[in-house]
Design a protein around this ligand. Structure first.
Ligand SMILES: Nc1ncnc2c1ncn2[C@@H]1O[C@H](COP(=O)(O)OP(=O)(O)OP(=O)(O)O)[C@@H](O)[C@H]1O
Length: 508
């Protein structure tokens, strides 16, 4: 029983984790981390409450049934008297169970909040230290812990009250049995032996009823803790996987935005894109430029299908990308984010992330193409451990590894989202040289969201975004020479910004 219970817990845990990975990014940003940190605890409590108590509950049910049968056979009157205890205790158990379920839910919420706070602050350890915020953070954490303690106190009071009252009810029933049973003995209706047997049976039945109650209330506690897990298992992502037809691996074509309007689900009041019409020819490179907040990243996110447009459509090779399964579509895209994430593992494992079939040669080729020569000066070359907690690589180096990761899957489309904006000029040159090589040598559609001139200049075409629309597009050299062009104004402002901020470049 215990083993199969553990198996159920393991399965539910995995299913809930998988369910959270299948949600949309909005969900992941806001609640998945929190849910995942609580998943283990919640599923554990639920599983334990079922598996630990199920056998006890069943045994109690059998004992109680047999006991009541035997009592009825001895004296129906006295048995009915004893059974008067059952309705109030059951009613109490129902209320108590509900209360426990609510309390358990609240406790899990509070425990989740506490671990989320701790995790967030420990991850931002340097910021906390730099701002001397340790006392403040300790206080905040103490408040969270105190909240959990208050809930535990409520549960303890309630538990004491319920079990105290049910114990009292049981004892009163026993006393009534003795009193009324004694009078029946004196009247000769039952023998002393019958009364003694009834008392013994009553003790058994009482124990069993208490076991059943414990089973029920523990189950309620488990159900309360597991509510979030069930909710997560039932939750449908806004962009579910496996829906649509697979995109054939040989297909290639233009990407087109047709009258695309877009609002983020969490900020419906703001229309970020207000009718974008844009064609990106296959195998060409395009730089998206525009002031901060003009929608460059949003366009890339729509291509990635992290979101769907509110109106209009994004097509690939003439077909709405919503007709393809998200996974087959995403498999054709390589993405490099501004803040490259390396997972715990070797450099080679990080490059091959998401491409389980990549051979050592593929990894080496991608590393070469992404200008990752520095890897070979690391102690174990590509097999050097990198990633979380092993911050021996600079921002520029991590960025080049993430470019290699994007390339190793042989993408048809490469999205670079401000890939160089956090780098100093030396690292930026290395990353840009890699991007330039990819644009020249690969037949790949490259979409660069960029602020910096050096990144923009490499693209064959520039698209200027303003007020959620495309305000200008054309070749870099033409736009940059055109009198009164929006692009020129933007770049002039950017150039000024770059000149004044050359002193605060942190990398390498
Ligand atoms: N997840 C989100 N939820 C709600 N609003 C968002 C979200 N991401 C971006 N926005 C908003 O959408 C608008 C466009 O943002 P976007 O990141 O696409 O601009 P951007 O041009 O890439 O900006 P930057 O150059 O600063 O990176 C901004 O007003 C931003 O506040």
């Amino acid at each position: 029983m215990r083993l199969s219970g553990q198996k159920i817990i393991a399965r539910v845990r995995t299913a809930a984790y998988t369910a959270s990975l299948r949600q949309e990014p909005e969900f992941a940003d806001r609640s998945a981390g929190d849910i995942v940190s609580r998943l283990s605890v919640d599923t554990g409590i639920l599983g334990e409450s079922v598996t630990n108590n199920l056998s006890d509950g069943l045994r109690a049910l059998v004992t109680a049934t047999v006991g009541v049968g035997a009592m009825l056979w001895i004296s129906a009157k006295l048995t009915l008297l004893m059974l008067c205890v059952v309705p109030p205790v059951s009613l109490g158990a129902v209320f108590y169970g509900r209360y426990l379920r609510k309390l358990s839910n609240m406790t899990q919420d509070a425990v989740g909040e506490m671990s989320k706070t701790a995790e967030e602050k420990l991850n931002a350890f340097k910021t906390v230290t730099a701002y001397n915020a340790q006392p403040l953070e300790s206080r905040l954490f103490e408040n969270k812990v105190d909240g959990i303690f208050q809930l535990a106190k409520k549960e303890a009071y309630m538990t004491g009250l319920f079990w105290g009252l049910s114990g009292l009810t049981g004892n009163l029933a026993m006393l009534s049995l003795l009193g009324y049973g004694g009078s029946l003995v004196s009247r000769g209706e039952i023998t002393v032996g019958d009364l003694t047997s009834l008392l013994v049976y009553s003790a058994y039945v009482g124990g069993s009823v208490s076991g059943l109650t414990r089973f029920f209330t523990d189950l309620m506690r488990g159900v309360g803790a597991g509510a979030r897990v069930f909710w997560l298992l039932d939750r449908e992502s806004h962009i579910p996987l496996n829906v649509g037809k697979p995109l054939e691996h040989w297909r290639n074509g233009d990407i087109r935005f047709e009258g695309v309007r877009f609002r983020y689900p969490t900020r419906r009041e703001v229309e970020v894109l207000r009718g974008v019409d844009l064609t990106i020819r296959r195998g060409t490179s395009v730089a998206l430029v525009g002031a901060s907040g003009s929608g460059k990243t949003s366009i890339q996110q729509l291509i990635e299908r992290f979101y769907d447009p509110s109106e209009g459509q994004v097509t690939f090779d003439g077909e709405d990308i919503r007709t393809f399964t998200p996974e087959s579509w995403r498999a054709r895209i390589g993405v490099v984010f501004q803040d490259p994430i390396l997972f715990n593992g070797t450099v080679a494992e990080n490059i091959a992330y998401g491409s389980p079939d990549a051979t050592r040669e593929d990894i080496e080729n991608a590393a070469r193409e992404a200008n990752c020569d520095f890897v070979y000066s690391l102690p174990q070359g590509l097999d050097t451990m990198s990633g979380f907690g092993k911050a021996s690589l600079s921002g520029g180096q991590r960025q080049r590894i993430s470019i290699a990761r994007a390339l190793v899957r042989r993408p048809t489309i490469l999205l670079l989202d401000e890939a160089t904006s956090a780098l100093d000029s030396h690292s930026e040159d290395a990353v840009n040289a890699a991007i330039g090589g990819i644009i020249r040598e690969r037949n790949i559609t490259v979409i660069i969201a960029a602020h910096r001139l050096s990144s923009v200049a490499r693209a064959e075409r520039v698209v200027v975004l303003e007020d959620g629309r495309v305000s200008e597009e054309g070749r870099y050299d033409i736009l940059s020479r055109k009198e009164g062009s929006r692009f020129r104004a933007l770049m002039a402002a950017q150039l000024l910004l770059e000149k004044t901020s050359t002193a605060d470049v942190p990398e390498e």
